[in-house]
Design a protein around this ligand. Structure first.
Ligand code: MN
Ligand code: MN
Length: 372
């Protein structure tokens, strides 16, 4: 009797894959039902955020096909040369939120002052801070860029909103997230109950839930830091990086990989998806003594996501989210990612608070040794 031929795998069986079904709007409606006394204003706010990000994704995706590549010739409040797309993205976020009565004011990286909702529109209960286009210096080389946003409650509905209203610690955020404009456009956000990722389906124009409940692994084998600043680093940072570089023959007993995209959104996205640690610590340069990244619209919203995904976000010395802001464009050192790695970096900062780190592993041959 002839042996029956083996069926090749999959033969005769239909593989059925169901596309993601839940849109961002449906997700927010479900979330809002869990909050007692919710008014629906929040659904409108997140919808506006999604719409603004779709508009920005559309323009960013056209690249040099529209005349929006390159520098605008202007300098922003941070002293940075603005790309044309920085300004366009800022205007899109501002205008998209004017009408729905959800916000009282907005704060942007690209604008020195807080912008109130004009009196012709209804005033809402929330404040929105954003970095309209993060990583924009990378845009001409087609590296992923993004938009970062943070939503705070308006502390006093009856007072005129000024900068002080935004000076709330990150623990007060009611929603935070980012859009990343890469090979796909994604919106990743948290309303304080986990972190959820939505992928833009361009044909139907909706963000679809593709990454529910994202979680960062506790341990990491990838670190991201701009090593060209190593001669300015604090002892704790030098020690941490030296020990990673020493790999399996060093005190960590295992090998690490290094990553550096120089785009906060892209770094945060990678870490949310596969773990790792990111460091942009404060250092000895005059321009970085208090850190480089902005607390209210870069560090706080990313920290909110990282903590909601079981990671840890720190200034190096303690939790970012507990920092009481003193000014709206304030900068901070920022370390985030897998919890165990960030806790280790914090412990090194405590150890080296008073003492210098003398790089015992590498001495004068250390890759990242002190400059003489
Ligand atoms: Mn940025
Ligand atoms: Mn920016």
């Amino acid at each position: 009797m002839k042996a029956r031929a083996k069926r090749p795998p999959g033969d005769g069986r239909q593989i059925v894959t169901t596309p993601p079904e839940q849109t961002l709007t449906e997700f927010i409606i479900d979330e809002q039902r869990k909050v007692p006394h919710a008014t629906g204003g929040f659904t409108a706010l997140v919808n506006d955020l999604g719409l603004a990000c779709k508009r920005i994704a559309n323009i960013v995706g056209k690249g040099p096909l529209v005349d929006l590549v390159g520098k605008s010739g202007t300098i922003n409040v941070q002293g940075e040369a603005q790309a044309k797309l920085d300004i366009v993205a800022d205007q899109i976020l501002f205008r998209t939120h004017l009408r729905s009565g959800t916000l009282a004011a907005m704060l942007s990286e690209e604008c020195e002052d807080v912008r109130r909702i004009p009196t012709e529109y209804p005033r809402g209960r929330y404040l929105l801070a954003f970095d309209p286009l993060d990583g924009s210096s990378n845009i001409d080389v087609d590296v992923s860029v993004g938009s970062i946003f943070s939503v705070l409650p308006d502390p006093d509905e009856h007072a005129e909103v000024g900068p002080d209203a935004f000076l709330q610690p990150g623990t007060r955020q009611v929603c935070a997230g980012y859009a990343i404009y890469g090979p796909t456009t994604m919106l990743v956000l948290s309303l304080g109950h986990g972190v959820h990722g939505f992928t833009l389906d361009r044909e139907i124009g909706e963000f679809m839930l593709t990454h529910p409940t994202m979680r960062i692994p506790d341990e990491a084998s990838e670190f991201a830091i701009n090593a060209s600043n190593s001669r300015f680093w604090e002892p704790a940072v030098k020690r941490y990086v030296d020990e990673c570089l020493a790999g399996s023959s060093g005190p960590r007993g295992r090998d690490f990989n290094m990553r550096w995209v120089a785009s906060l959104v892209a770094e945060a996205h990678r870490i949310l998806l596969r773990g790792g640690v990111f460091l942009y610590p404060r250092d000895d340069r005059a321009s970085a003594r208090s850190g480089r990244l902005r607390l209210l619209y870069e560090a706080n919203p990313i920290a909110f996501l990282i903590e909601q995904a079981s990671g840890r976000a720190s200034s190096g010395y303690g939790p970012i989210l507990e920092v009481q802001p003193e000014s709206i464009h304030q900068r901070t050192g920022f370390v985030f990612g897998s919890r165990a790695e960030v806790e280790r970096i914090e412990s090194y900062h405590r150890d080296h608070n008073e003492r210098r780190y003398d790089a015992p592993l590498f001495g004068s041959r250390g890759l990242f040794r002190d400059s003489a």
